[in-house]
Design a protein around this ligand. Structure first.
Ligand SMILES: [Zn+2]
Ligand SMILES: [Zn+2]
Length: 243
């Protein structure tokens, strides 16, 4: 899903013991804010103002920029319209927001995801009223390799702010899919078809969280799986949108 990942070298495959060691080491090192350079946090809440806001007029449903009201794709409601009711993201995937999310994903700086998740939660309108927060799951193999799911770290912060339970295991990857970053929009859609499955009976109103979204196709596929399983309202949040 993220382009330009070559800028940041991925950490090599980490065993569980290695993850624990990395976490212990990270805990010992003083954290330095990526915005102001002061120590004490990887990203101060007050420094979030330096990140590029996803502001200006946007589609009320899919959050596409430069749209007043609802974009044509969402208004037509055809097969190309997203399966979710709405998407919101506080930041554009560029500059410091991009850096923070790439560091979280590829270098394991998950501390960035707390403040980013809280910024995303602040965009949730009162009328969404989700009963559960769900993170877009990684494939089991990819989560084992990485040692964590960055979307889940963000979702945990969102759930805390909203006072809504974070539900693990409700949605899972049905099969391993190719990384979305390698694919164009049409191929992304096909790549994800049937990629998610819902385990058990989901609540009626669910909030799905991902770290970054481009076309919203991943969030839409999760929403489609939830709807097929009986959820009536699916709302979605990403920390940043690649406009
Ligand atoms: Zn700072
Ligand atoms: Zn739209």
């Amino acid at each position: 899903m993220l382009r330009g990942m070559s800028m940041l070298p991925a950490r090599p495959r980490r065993s569980f013991a290695r993850v624990l060691l990395d976490e212990a080491w990270d805990a010992l090192l003083p954290q330095q804010c990526i915005v102001c350079g002061r120590f004490g946090a990887s990203l101060h809440v007050g420094c979030l103002d330096a990140l590029p806001r996803a502001d200006g007029p946007r589609c009320a449903r899919c959050w596409r920029p430069d749209v007043r009201g609802t974009c044509a794709r969402c208004a037509e409601g055809g097969p190309d319209a997203p399966a979710f009711d709405a998407l919101r993201a506080p930041f554009r995937f560029e500059g410091l927001a991009r850096r923070a999310l790439l560091e979280a994903k590829f270098r394991g700086v998950t501390a960035h995801l707390g403040p980013l998740g809280r910024a995303a939660a602040a965009l949730v309108p009162d009328d969404w009223r989700p009963e559960a927060v769900v993170a877009v799951p990684l494939g089991r193999r990819r989560e084992r390799t990485r040692g964590f799911n960055q979307a889940r770290e963000a979702a945990r912060a969102v759930a805390e702010v909203l006072g809504v339970p974070l539900v693990d295991g409700l949605v899972r990857r049905g099969r391993e899919t190719a990384p979305q970053a390698m694919l164009d929009a049409d191929a992304r859609h096909l790549n994800l078809r049937g990629a998610f499955e819902v385990v058990g009976t989901p609540p009626g109103r669910v909030l799905v969280v991902d770290d970054v979204t481009t076309t919203g196709s991943t969030l839409s596929e999760v929403a489609a799986a939830l709807r097929a399983a009986g959820t009536s309202n699916v709302y979605t949040l990403a920390m940043a949108r690649e406009d």
